[in-house]
Unconditional design. Structure first.
Length: 576
């Protein structure tokens, strides 16, 4: 049973498809004339066998041949026009949904990395491929199959019975194809996705795989998934190919049977030779769309799965409601009775958490691993929505800000910094189409990464890949910090910011935090290492998702740390 959210997703897809309705009507109109022109061959055969051969008139043959050549040319042009229109309708459908699906994939992936999120864009492409494939055009031709079969019956009832029986058998084969290949095709797709996911993980962590001698083990693990995918794909392909071969063989046999029965009727004087040949040709025309649909069935099934998956994706991730633009907020952050339940889980990672950060303050968030620090960072940046309570920026709940606008006000440096294919400037500018070069340089200077970048081969125009390429972990971290500071955000959220930084990098980080505070901005630092909280006036201690202590840094340290004097002095003691 389809739930209401999924039904909303189906409705959104149907509306996008409905926008192409004029194009579909035009294809339907052209299909009428194209299918009428398919009678050209049978009628030509009737005239040649029954009129030309009987009269021996060469002039009649030449005249008929010229007319037929013109009609076949028109039929070819109509087929070309139909194909071009369907290609453009499919492209318009995809273009209409590209942004919507991309946004839904990003938002869902931020919450949970399930198959619906991973295959969203491929699902849209699968639907687009079906819309431009011969299979969908065949759907416009299949309604003509009964008409052609009825036309055969006009030649002789026995021919009509044979054609109708053969067509019914092909329909049964089509239904059996749909029923029996659905499960193998789904299994093949799931196995392929698992194999691709594993390969992408190994590729992303190729440096670690090579350095730790894991290549053989990683290959074996991937090969098992790959072999499973190949096995299931071969099984599904064999099954589909079997139905396709059966259909083709049976259609050819049926045409020969039509000729044989026609010849028998000719011998009995109940049918002309022209009608015998025309009936065979007309039968091939009648059954061709069914054979084409069966041959294209994997495309149809993949698009069907994609359509359903897209409905789930769009239904579970509705469009963002428009928000009234708010003025730029002050750097005041309040968490009020904040409770956060990670997506897909039932236990809260943060419980009834309350604290405040004033403009010009830096708040350090400390606690053991799993205490809820990263969960808090995701809640403050709007990635995870609260299950209870509110996070307010200058008095307004985060829900009141458009996500793209909120990202400009709250800069975020996650634990794992991910760069993108492009230049260093592109990465700092958050992949903007037309980045502000002066803002890029200013952000790099605030992160104390300017001199480091200038030493690169092409400076800010140095191209890097998703793994960072030649960049060290510390350099990636500083570029990530510059990206977080791009656009002059009012609040900076740093999750373990100095995990990859050396002493120089840690000093640069503290310098950037001081500059933020001097400008009346605020910082939140989720930290394990003491060096990260040297610029923090306030500390928040978490344990098991709950607040243990909150207040001025030195007072909190006295409460929770055995080595607080060492921390105050900037030593290397641990926060625990």
């Amino acid at each position: 049973m389809i739930n209401q959210k999924t039904e909303n997703g189906y409705r959104e897809l149907r509306e996008a498809r409905r926008a192409n309705r004029p194009l579909y009507w035009s294809v339907g109109l052209f299909s009428v004339f194209a299918n009428l022109l398919m009678l050209t061959g049978p009628i030509y055969m009737l005239q040649v066998y029954d009129r030309v051969l009987g009269s021996g008139s060469v002039e009649t043959l030449i005249g008929l041949s010229i007319i037929v050549a013109f009609l076949f040319l028109m039929m070819g042009l109509l087929e070309l026009v139909r194909s071009r229109i369907m290609s453009r309708a499919a492209a318009r459908f995809q273009a209409r949904l590209d942004r919507r699906v991309f946004d839904a994939v990003i938002r869902r992936s931020a919450i949970k990395q399930d198959e619906v999120a991973q295959t969203g864009l491929r699902d849209l492409e699968a639907v687009q491929k079906l819309m431009s494939s011969p299979a969908l055009i065949a759907m416009f031709d299949i309604p003509w199959t009964p008409i052609f079969l009825a036309g055969i019956a006009l030649f002789h009832p026995w021919l009509g019975i044979l054609a109708l029986t053969g067509g019914g058998i092909l329909v049964i084969i089509t239904v059996m194809n749909q029923v029996t290949t659905k499960t193998p095709q789904n299994a093949a797709m799931h196995a392929m996705i698992a194999s691709e996911k594993m390969a992408e993980q190994i590729r992303t962590e190729s440096e670690m795989v090579s350095s730790m001698g894991m290549r053989e083990a990683a290959f074996n693990r991937w090969q098992k998934l790959r072999n499973k995918a190949l096995h299931t794909q071969i099984g599904a392909s064999d099954l589909t190919g079997g139905f396709s071969s059966t259909t083709k063989t049976f259609r050819l046999f049926l045409q020969s049977a039509m000729l044989g029965l026609g010849a028998y009727l000719v011998l009995r004087g109940e049918l002309t030779a022209g009608a015998m040949i025309a009936g065979s040709i007309l039968l091939g025309r009648a059954l061709a769309p069914i054979e084409l649909a069966i041959g294209q069935w994997p495309v149809v099934q993949r698009a069907s799965r994609g359509w359903h998956s897209l409905a789930i994706l769009l239904g579970d991730t509705p469009p963002e409601a428009p928000r009234t633009p708010l003025p730029q907020p002050r750097a005041k952050l309040d968490a009020v009775q904040l409770t956060v339940v990670p997506p897909g889980e039932s236990v809260a990672s943060l419980r009834m958490l309350t604290f405040s950060v004033e403009p010009g303050q830096a708040l350090g968030v400390i606690g053991a691993s799993g205490a809820g620090k990263s969960t808090l960072a995701r809640a403050i940046t709007g990635v995870w929505r609260p299950a209870g309570g509110k996070v307010r920026l200058d008095g307004a709940a985060l829900d009141n800000y458009d996500p793209s606008v909120l990202g400009k006000y709250i800069g975020y440096l996650p634990q794992r910094v991910q760069l993108f294919e492009g230049t260093i400037a592109d990465n700092i500018a958050r992949l903007a189409d037309n980045p502000d070069a002066s803002a890029v340089v200013e952000a790099a200077k605030k992160a104390d990464a300017h001199d480091m970048i200038l030493k690169m081969p092409d400076g800010y125009d140095t191209r890097i890949d998703a793994t960072g390429g030649r960049l060290s972990g510390g350099q990636i971290q500083r570029i990530g910090l510059a990206r977080a500071m791009y656009g002059n955000p009012v609040i900076l959220v740093l999750d373990e910011p100095n995990s990859n930084l050396d002493n120089e990098g840690s000093q640069a980080l503290n310098k950037a935090i001081r500059a933020m505070k001097q400008d009346g901005k605020s910082c939140l630092i989720m930290a394990h290492r003491p060096a990260a909280i040297q610029e923090c006036e306030m500390l928040l201690m978490l344990d098991g998702g709950s607040r243990v202590a909150f207040g001025p840094r030195d007072e909190v340290l006295k409460q929770v740390l055995q080595n607080h004097e060492q921390v105050r002095a900037g030593g290397q003691g641990g926060l625990r």
